[in-house]
Design a binder for this molecule. Structure first.
Ligand SMILES: Cc1cc2nc3c(=O)[nH]c(=O)nc-3n(C[C@H](O)[C@H](O)[C@H](O)COP(=O)(O)O)c2cc1C
Length: 170
């Protein structure tokens, strides 16, 4: 989750950010890096709010903080590519979660059909156009229409749980 608020502060809702994050952190998720080819170069951010929405038409969604620079650039571009991270890509997740970092420095990628970066080593990629953007409080809910998608050979997924990274075991 993004770190844009003071953890101890009770917001107008009366819920402390730290408590909110701790409780929601008990829901395990995968990690994706959502990328786009912006006017000034590639952009991307780590996301765990990604989900499938609909098969017909094929829609997916994720929530992006309104102040994420990557999201603002992506929204303008009207397209993005979701990269599902593999278990050995924790470092990548950390880099793409760092605001202001030179996120693509030394990162291998190829353009997806939309031009958005497909990160080497990711387990799967889902190339989308932006179908709709809805209000989501301090976030926006982005719904993407899937244009092309595929999997790549690899091991297990990177898992995020209670603020830490792990692997999946059946
Ligand atoms: C595991 C993980 C999951 C994250 N999920 C989201 C998310 O769903 N939405 C979001 O806006 N930020 C999420 N973040 C935080 C963003 O990656 C981070 O705020 C972003 O990189 C900000 O940088 P930017 O301003 O350069 O876009 C997540 C971070 C981590 C480590």
């Amino acid at each position: 989750m993004p770190e844009f608020t003071d953890d101890e502060d009770l917001g107008p809702s009366g819920i402390a950010a730290a408590h909110y994050r701790s409780v929601l952190g008990h829901f395990p998720t995968g990690v994706v890096v959502v990328t786009a080819s912006a006017e000034h170069g590639p952009v991307g951010l780590s996301v765990n709010s990604f989900t499938a929405v609909s098969l017909e038409p094929p829609l997916v969604a994720f929530c992006a903080h309104r102040r994420s620079r990557s999201w603002v650039a992506m929204r303008e571009r009207r397209a993005f590519c979701v990269n599902v991270l593999a278990e050995d890509q924790e470092a990548l997740s950390r880099v793409f979660a760092t605001r202001g970092a030179d996120k693509f420095h030394g990162i291998g990628w190829s353009p997806a059909p939309s031009g958005s970066p497909r990160l080497w080593g990711a387990l799967a990629w889902i190339d989308c156009s932006i179908e709709a953007v809805y209000d989501g409080g301090d976030h926006e809910i982005c719904v993407g229409r899937v244009q092309e998608l595929d999997v790549e050979p690899g091991d297990g997924p990177l898992v995020f749980y209670r603020g830490g990274y792990g692997r999946f075991e059946a």
